[in-house]
Design a protein around this ligand. Structure first.
Ligand code: G4P
Length: 533
């Protein structure tokens, strides 16, 4: 096989899984890794998934290389393709993190609990995918439990997400009466094996022709007639699967299965291989001029979508996750950060194989490498060999909760500043420095982020902190002419702060006050997001 950047990129499938908590994301992740040959037994990912949700137990990379590190990105080679599965935090308090991760994904698998359909968090994450036109594959999970009528589930996808569902399979029953599913494209029936009386999982029988006699071993005449009828009805009522419409974000292929019972997983993986897109051209600027970076371009380029504090608090180093966009990356290569011009030799890149394979020496567009560094790399940075390529930065979102943070030992105030800056650089929380007063204001989307922050400040920086209510409820970045900003600043001194990049931020005490001020200053722009990088 050719090792050219274009050919290698073409066999990459980089995707993330989105779901409401409990729909089965962790179980599906694990079973996809199993199906992809990346792990040998189920049970490995689960505990770590839970640990990682609170971010309290990030493990030492050397000790835990492989599956635990790969809790963020997992790579496996299957059927001639390289799959990069990006993990997204399950808790909604980390939705900003999820957004950034999705910027590095080329497709998403949306997992629905067959009994619950589309849940609030599914909707929220779906909207993020839509913002970026990420094609979505739907997996309707837990068919081994009592499910909603699948036709209603399809209706819900169509009405709530404005997405055309195109079922590729159709289930026969659900719960105790779940018998398997019909492949609508080739009329093959895939039987679902019940567990044996002693609760053993014996694997599922091979697919058989739906029109032959053998199917009667799995379906009684009524079940068979019902499946035949509904499959026909669905075929008539839904649009046939159109790969182009899927790639454009208008249509979603629908798969059914049971992640827990490893049913429908091989089909989902094959579907991802066949339909999910390889990395595509990315809009960027080169020396200030707009351009497109194509995966086959010889120059190595990429952007940092996530930074994670290292496992070793004594060294304070961090791992920056770089999504490659073009070229052939080789270990030891020198890359330059576009906005700072700093150069770094990437001598110890980490690839996140979920199996116990050796580290890869090279990587291509679509791959994610971890770069250990001491704070040179920030979320949103663009890296390339020439240092001239700039991808769109990643946005910071206006936080929903603003709290004052105080360190219990006043002698450690300076130390606190550094620690808070470190965490803000990671993009976990946001930091605002009011023009008046010595306290820092920390912003987050959800309460859990504060808990994680306190925990990390204590463990990684030996700082005991206290969060207190702040008088502010809303934060907005402001832009305008220099004179306008200065004028605004003078009139709202006590409500002005700067963010980590010294950008001016207006802090309002209530949504009402914000609305009032916005109306009074029509020439000043108030932003909910700010692009970094
Ligand atoms: P999440 O990451 O999306 O939050 O979901 P997770 O995989 O942790 O699954 C949530 C619960 O749903 C787990 O049960 C899991 O075993 C169950 N589950 C996942 N997929 C299926 C499926 O296809 N069929 C059935 N019947 N259950 C499924 P739990 O009771 O919370 O955890 P556990 O004690 O069973 O591990």
């Amino acid at each position: 096989m050719s090792n050219s950047p274009a050919a290698e990129a073409a066999r990459r499938r980089t995707f993330a899984i989105i779901s409401h908590p409990d729909a089965g994301k962790t179980t599906l992740t694990e079973n996809l890794l199993l199906a992809g040959g990346a792990i040998r037994a189920a049970g490995a990912v689960r505990a770590r998934g839970e640990n990682r949700r609170t971010r309290s137990d990030w493990m030492k990379i050397e000790r835990e290389r492989g599956i635990s590190v790969s809790a963020s990105v997992m790579t496996f080679d299957h059927d001639g393709l390289m799959f990069n599965l990006l993990d997204t935090p399950g808790h909604e308090d980390f939705s900003e993190d999820t957004y950034r991760t999705l910027t590095a994904a080329d497709a998403a698998v949306m997992v629905l609990d067959a009994a619950k359909g589309i849940e609030p968090q599914t909707l929220k994450l779906f909207e993020v995918c839509r913002l970026r036109d990420i094609p979505i594959v739907t997996f309707i999970n837990k068919m081994d439990r009592e499910a909603q009528d699948p036709i209603e589930l399809l209706d819900e996808i169509a009405s709530k997400l404005a997405l055309d569902p195109a079922p590729l399979y159709w289930p026969a029953g659900s719960g105790g009466r779940f018998k398997g599913m019909l492949d609508l494209r080739n009329q093959q029936f895939l039987p679902f094996a019940k567990k044996t009386a002693d609760n053993k999982d014996e694997g599922h029988p091979a697919a058989i022709g739906f029109n032959g006699n053998a199917v009667s071993s799995y379906l009684n005449p009524e079940e068979r007639a019902e499946l035949e009828e509904t499959a026909m009805l669905v075929g008539e009522a839904s649009k046939p699967f159109d790969p182009q419409s899927f790639l454009e974000g208008h249509m979603t292929p629908v798969f059914f299965g049971s992640a827990l019972r490893h049913f429908g997983i091989d089909q989902l993986l094959a579907g991802l291989g066949a339909y999910a897109p390889p990395p595509k051209a990315v809009a960027a600027a080169k020396g200030g001029e707009p351009t497109h970076i194509v995966p086959g371009d010889p120059e190595v380029t990429g952007f940092v979508f996530k930074v994670q504090a290292n496992m070793d608090p004594n060294h304070r180093d961090r791992i920056a996750f770089l999504r490659l966009c073009s070229g052939k990356f080789a270990r030891g290569m020198k890359l330059k950060v576009q906005n700072t011009g700093r150069q770094l030799s990437v001598n110890a890149p980490i690839m996140f194989f979920a199996s116990d394979r050796e580290l890869a020496e090279e990587a291509f567009a679509g791959d994610v490498i971890g770069i250990p560094n001491h704070g040179i790399l920030r979320v949103g940075d663009s890296l390339s060999e020439t240092g001239t390529i700039r991808f769109a930065g990643l946005p910071n979102f206006a936080p929903e909760i603003l709290q004052r943070v105080r360190v219990k030992d006043p002698l450690k105030a300076k130390h606190l500043k550094k620690a808070l800056e470190g965490l803000a650089e990671e993009g976990v929380t946001q930091l605002f420095r009011p023009q008046f007063g010595a306290d820092f204001i920390v912003g987050a989307v959800g309460q859990l982020q504060f808990e994680v922050m306190a925990d990390r400040l204590a463990n990684e920086y030996q700082l005991e902190v206290q969060f207190e209510a702040s008088p502010f409820a809303e934060a907005r970045w402001i832009t305008g002419t220099k004179a306008e900003i200065e004028d605004f600043n003078t009139k709202h001194k006590t409500a002005m702060a700067t963010d980590i990049d010294e950008q001016p931020v207006f802090l309002a005490k209530s949504a009402w006050e914000l609305g009032y001020v916005v109306e009074r200053y029509p020439t000043v722009a108030f932003h909910r997001t700010r692009e970094r990088g």
